[in-house]
Design a protein around this ligand. Structure first.
Ligand code: ASP
Ligand code: MG
Length: 406
């Protein structure tokens, strides 16, 4: 088998952990498999590099940021190759230029365009373990780019797709994907398997196990993912296409997003084109909008509310102030102390009553819902930030997600 194994920063944080990873990879290598390892930078070293940069220049050019941040992954891959060599196993480390992994030029958020498989295949052919830098790429001009924070997952999945790997294992410091963040809900259960679509919803909703673009890619190319703990031998969580054999979960996970902010524009004209003007202006500034609520028109006016990520608040308010004038709205109102709690489950698509049960759980806990949005497989509610953890626990209990074993 060809196995791509990705290890996150905590899994290679120090000498002991580097050797732990080296030994695990060697085990599978000795069993006869072809092993491609993708690594993140050691521990918090990416954060440390960012702090270093901020100290020199708080608004450093993005190109230079990527040049700097990409060094973290070169440290971990070269040390890993050295560790394997010291254990008597032939290994070679490769960076994005050497593979090559070509991206566009969007520094700090680049997208992979193509991956060359020749060099890696040749090294595997020579019975070497190949260790590749996660997170980084190189653009057409030969400049270093990065894929965005957490991007090593995406590197691993893209490599697995390009190399037609049999499986892509994502090793981290938890046992797999849980029904909810165990720090909030201690009774949370580990899922044995989950569909790409469920994982995609959870990943983009703030359950930070996997980089959401990695899940998108895995779905697109049918790469089977396994999320596992690098520090133990637990089986982890398989992320795959629903093959009809999977028992569809009514609720497979609850995600809490405390970074959501709400913005409302009050008293806009109740006429065609208003929503278009607002969301088009936001889209032009690359501001992602999630939940949207429009009130019923009254006396010829209406209100429109929506949520965004708190990092976008400044930009979004700027856009809205301009719109307030052009649309002749009464005022712009916003709130930062809100959280979005989202409940995801593939079984919702075919079962009625899931939303009602969520609302009942919140009602029983005395939690007020401010906004609601739904898709085929998720229900999200916007509530006070201080209610978020309680809400997650109440929903978790209502759906009896503790002690699940699947
Ligand atoms: N080292 C990068 C980060 O900390 C990429 C990754 O860990 O996936 O964001
Ligand atoms: Mg990560």
């Amino acid at each position: 088998m060809l196995i791509v194994k990705k290890f996150g920063g905590s899994s290679v944080a120090n000498r002991e952990r580097i050797f732990n990873v080296a030994n695990r990879c060697i085990e599978d290598f000795r069993a006869g498999h072809d092993i491609v390892v993708v690594l993140s930078a050691m521990g918090d070293s990416t954060d440390d590099l960012i702090a270093l940069a901020k100290d020199i220049n708080p608004s450093a050019p993005r190109r230079e940021m990527d040049m700097l941040l990409a060094t973290g992954e070169q440290v971990s891959v070269s040390l890993m190759a050295m560790a394997m060599a010291s254990l008597g196993v032939p290994a070679v480390s490769l960076n994005a230029l050497q593979v090559p992994m070509i991206t566009n030029s969007r520094y700090s958020n680049a997208q992979l365009k193509s991956i060359g498989s020749e060099r890696i295949m040749a090294e595997l052919e020579n019975r070497k373990i190949v260790i590749v830098t996660g997170f980084q790429g190189v653009n057409k001009a030969g400049d270093v780019t990065t894929l965005g924070r957490g991007g090593s997952d995406t590197t691993a999945v893209a490599l697995a797709a390009a190399l037609h790997a049999d499986v892509c294992e994502i090793f981290t410091d938890v046992n797999g994907v849980y029904t909810c963040d165990p720090r909030v809900v201690p009774e949370a259960s580990k899922l044995g398997e989950i569909t790409y679509d469920e994982m995609l919803e959870l990943a983009s909703l703030g359950a930070k196990v996997l980089h959401n673009r990695s899940v998108e890619l895995a779905k697109k190319y049918g790469v089977q993912l396994v999320v596992r703990n690098s520090m133990n031998r637990e089986e982890g969580t398989v992320v795959k296409e629903d093959d009809g054999m999977m028992e569809k979960m009514l609720v497979s996970g609850i995600a809490i997003d405390k970074d959501a902010d709400r913005i409302s524009i009050i008293g806009v004209k109740d006429q065609p084109g208003v929503a278009f003007s607002i969301f088009n202006a936001l889209a032009k500034k690359n501001i992602n909008v999630d939940m949207i609520l429009q009130s019923i028109g009254r006396d010829g006016t209406k209100d429109i509310s929506f949520t965004i990520d708190d990092g976008e608040l400044g930009n979004a308010l700027e856009v809205m102030e301009t719109l307030k004038k052009t649309l002749g709205a009464d005022k712009i109102d916003y709130e930062e102390k809100v959280a979005k709690v989202s409940v995801v489950g593939a079984g919702m698509a075919t079962h009625a009553g899931v939303a009602a049960k969520i609302f009942e759980a919140l009602y029983n806990t005395g939690i007020n819902i401010r906004m609601i949005s739904t898709s085929e497989i998720r229900v999200s509610v916007l509530i006070d930030e201080t209610d978020a953890d309680r809400a997650a626990r109440a929903i978790h209990e209502a759906f009896e997600l503790e002690g699940l074993n699947r």
